[in-house]
Design a protein around this ligand. Structure first.
Ligand code: ADP
Ligand code: MG
Length: 730
């Protein structure tokens, strides 16, 4: 019987994708057609209801039951006009992906007929039977219920026949069970803190929004080939696989022409996300073969987070139609670049609308505002670098951070030479006494030059985990599977705390008689001095940096169990609690969930590895070896005593194969023993550490022998699709 691998390879030959049909070929004609956005709301809501929703979106005001009924009724009419028959509360539990429970609009009238219902109560709150979602001990059985509550700031949308309503997911006692709840709290905190600081510069600013533009990397693999790889199916990455003779060394994939099948997929999935109102803009190939990236125009942070979660779901669904499997894992292939999700972040005001606070202006006054937000961001990251590291921790991302392709596990900030110079100037010129008017003029003249300098500033450092890129910070260490809410919650909470501190310190100086500008400069100067260690413009991939960072006392936690410890430190708790983002119980629960998630993923990888090693690899090697043995025996029959002259290579191969088989078996046995020992440990965190330190190290060892066998064994016997087949099949 032909192996699954060959059946799969044959299948890849005839692939005819079906593309989604849109009402027009012009994107602007159908963009957002499947989202209950402002345009749809104006059409389907009364003026009063529309205004109330807008107030809820902009100022967080609550909708009373009557208005909620009106909104629900309009939403229902809109959804039914689009062919929806069901609705669901759509939420992001701590599993990391999205969840939904579908209910029908249809209600029997009791007289043999039925009608469609959907009222305010159903819109606002639902009680999904969600007892199996992770809760870290928050929901004991007596309070096992959790409920979902509508988030009006993120438009409802239609997938297939279902109206999806973005919601938060909380326990009956009010604790967050999802990613969205703390994010909304963090965004509220940073809005308040940043608006207060903006008052120094412009009294008209009454609201500040965090903005997020993510860049999603992913791989495409033919689905038939993926189906023939248990590791890809069960763990999202290849646990075995000898590197292809050709990899990414020619750099010919990066920005190269997109292969036509991939192109058809990308076009199709972009149509689907455009229908949902996700402003995806760019498309190009990444460094590795069959790796791609997509990025939208940035949006308000909460919406951008929802859109990224939604996009990952849509991507997987559309890929099925195109006979692809999307690999969102951070490291699907060894020896080839992994995937990340850069998070571009900034803050923007409501007056003037969408003014970016990290955009240098063209006057000294606007640049003082810019410097205020710029330096406070740096100070916030310097203070909570550990928590930012924890926010991106996960089994998948451990393969990237610190490996020679992605930012290291050390958090540092790149700001470029020009801005470093300006910070240096503030540090040296500003003193605790009031500035003389000459000094002030000179300083203002210099900071007035910032935009010109930045325009010339072409130094872009790709090795930094947190880089200033002209008008925003780019957090590059986020993993490709991540829910952006995690890092965004930490960043915005840290910024909120920092801006509050700034405001209170400046106010104290003003009360003591300092002029406002002088007070701002003085506090900023203190921050520059305090944040020096976190700024690093050199090569973040180099060994040298690891040493320098250690001397500077920066954290460098390479594994998830270590990094997660930061989450439950006193400093972390103080931050989250003081900013009303997470309570102590919520922090502890999240820590438990993340630790367990890590343990489970290593446990699954370990089991899959053992299964494949024992059931796929060893039998294949034995089978091939049997042929070699027959061959040697045959040669002996023909050549008698002289046979060794003709059989020595085969005999070496037989020996090599035996050695690899023995090593694989021994390592799998030892790994299983280590797993059993880990499972016996009482505390989850000790189990996670044991999996990390005692189980995971076997992966490399087992893989080594399996990959050697892949080179030894006859190509036609090898059961698993090979790297070259998965990466270069077009
Ligand atoms: P790269 O060079 O890293 O690939 P791109 O320029 O392609 O970066 O992508 C930059 C991303 O940053 C885009 O998603 C863009 O929308 C986003 N971005 C631009 N300005 C802002 C901002 N003010 N706030 C947040 N994100 C932004
Ligand atoms: Mg980028």
């Amino acid at each position: 019987m032909a192996s699954l691998r060959f059946i799969a390879l044959e299948k890849t030959m005839d692939r005819v994708p079906q593309e989604v049909k849109t009402s027009s070929h012009r994107i602007s004609d159908y963009f957002g057609e499947n989202a209950f956005n402002k345009k749809a709301m104006r059409q389907f809501l009364s003026e009063g209801a529309y205004k109330s929703v807008n107030n809820a979106i902009n100022f967080g005001s609550t909708l009373d039951r009557k208005v909620a009924d009106l909104v629900a009724s309009g939403m229902k009419s809109w959804a039914i006009s689009k062919g929806a028959t069901h609705y669901t509360h759509w939420f992001q539990p701590l599993t990391g992906r999205t969840a939904e429970k579908h209910d029908s609009f249809n209600t029997p009238a009791g007289d043999g007929t039925s009608f469609e219902t959907f009222d305010g109560a159903q819109l606002i709150q639902q009680e999904p039977d969600a007892s199996s979602f992770p809760h870290g001990g928050i929901r004991n059985t007596f309070e096992a219920r959790g409920y979902t509550a509508w988030d009006p700031t993120s438009p409802a949308f239609i997938i297939g026949e279902t109206l999806c309503i973005p919601t938060v997911f909380i326990s009956y006692t009010g604790e967050a069970l999802d990613y969205k709840t703390p994010l909304l709290r963090a965004l509220h905190a940073v809005d308040k803190a940043a608006t207060d600081v903006c008052q120094y510069f412009d009294k008209n600013i009454t609201k500040v929004q965090a903005t997020l533009g993510w860049e999603q990397e992913y791989f495409l693999v033919d689905s038939a080939l993926a189906m023939a790889r248990p590791d890809l199916l069960l763990t999202g990455r290849t646990l075995f696989g000898h590197s292809s003779s050709k990899g990414q060394q020619l750099d010919d994939h990066y920005f190269g022409a997109i292969p036509s099948r991939a192109h058809a997929f990308i076009r199709d999935f972009e149509k689907e996300v455009h229908l949902l109102g996700i402003p995806v803009m760019t498309r190009h190939n990444e460094v590795a073969p069959n790796q791609f990236e997509c990025a939208p125009l940035f949006e308000e942070c909460n919406l951008a987070v929802d859109h990224n979660s939604l996009l990952m779901d849509v991507m997987e669904r559309v890929a099925e139609r195109h006979h692809f499997k999307v690999l969102l894992h951070e490291k699907p292939f060894a020896g080839i670049n992994g995937s990340g999700k850069h998070n571009n972040w900034s803050l923007s005001t409501n007056s003037p609308k969408h003014r970016n606070l990290l955009n240098p202006g063209n006057t000294p006054k606007t640049n003082l505002r810019f410097l205020t937000f710029f330096i406070n961001s740096i100070r916030a990251v310097a203070e909570h670098d550990d928590l930012l590291r924890a926010s991106i921790a996960g089994a998948g991302n451990d393969h990237r951070l610190g490996a020679n392709e992605a930012p290291p596990a050390i958090m540092s900030i790149f700001i470029g030479t020009q801005l470093s110079k300006i910070l240096g100037e503030i540090e040296s010129k500003v003193s605790n006494s009031n500035l003389s008017s000459d000094e002030k003029t000179e300083l203002k003249l210099n900071i007035g030059k910032i935009p010109e300098l930045l325009l010339d500033n072409t130094d872009r450092n790709r090795t930094s985990p947190f880089a200033f890129t002209g008008n925003k910070f780019e957090f590059r260490a986020v993993g490709s599977t991540a829910n952006c809410a995690n890092p965004m919650t930490v960043l915005n909470t840290a910024m909120a705390q920092q801006l509050k501190r700034f405001k209170s310190e400046v106010d104290t100086l003003i009360e003591a008689g300092k002029k406002k500008d002088d007070a701002i400069f003085e506090i900023l100067r203190n921050y520059i001095i305090e944040s020096k260690d976190i700024i690093f413009d050199g090569n973040g991939y180099g060994e040298e940096w690891v040493k320098i960072a250690e001397e500077r006392g920066l954290n460098n936690k390479k594994t998830t169990p270590e990094a997660l410890e930061f989450l439950i430190s006193d400093k972390s708790k103080e931050l989250f609690i003081s900013q009303n983002v997470l309570s102590e119980r919520e922090i502890e629960a999240r820590y438990e969930i993340e630790v367990e998630k890590y343990k489970l993923s290593i446990q699954i990888e370990s089991r899959v590895m053992a299964d494949m090693g024992l059931n796929h690899i060893i039998p294949t090697a034995v089978e091939y070896q049997k042929g070699l043995v027959e061959n040697v025996n045959g040669l002996k029959t023909i050549f008698g005593d002289e046979f060794i002259k003709y059989a020595s290579e085969q005999i070496d191969m037989i020996k090599d194969i035996s050695q690899h088989i023995q090593d694989i078996r021994k390592n799998i046995t030892d790994m299983t023993t280590a797993r059993k020992a880990a499972n016996k440990m009482e505390r989850e965190k000790d189990q996670a550490k044991a999996y990390c330190n005692n189980v995971k190290p076997f992966f490399e060892k087992i893989r080594y022998d399996v990959d050697k066998l892949e080179l030894l064994v006859d190509n036609k016997n090898w059961p698993l699709p090979k790297y070259r087949e998965m990466l270069f099949t077009k």
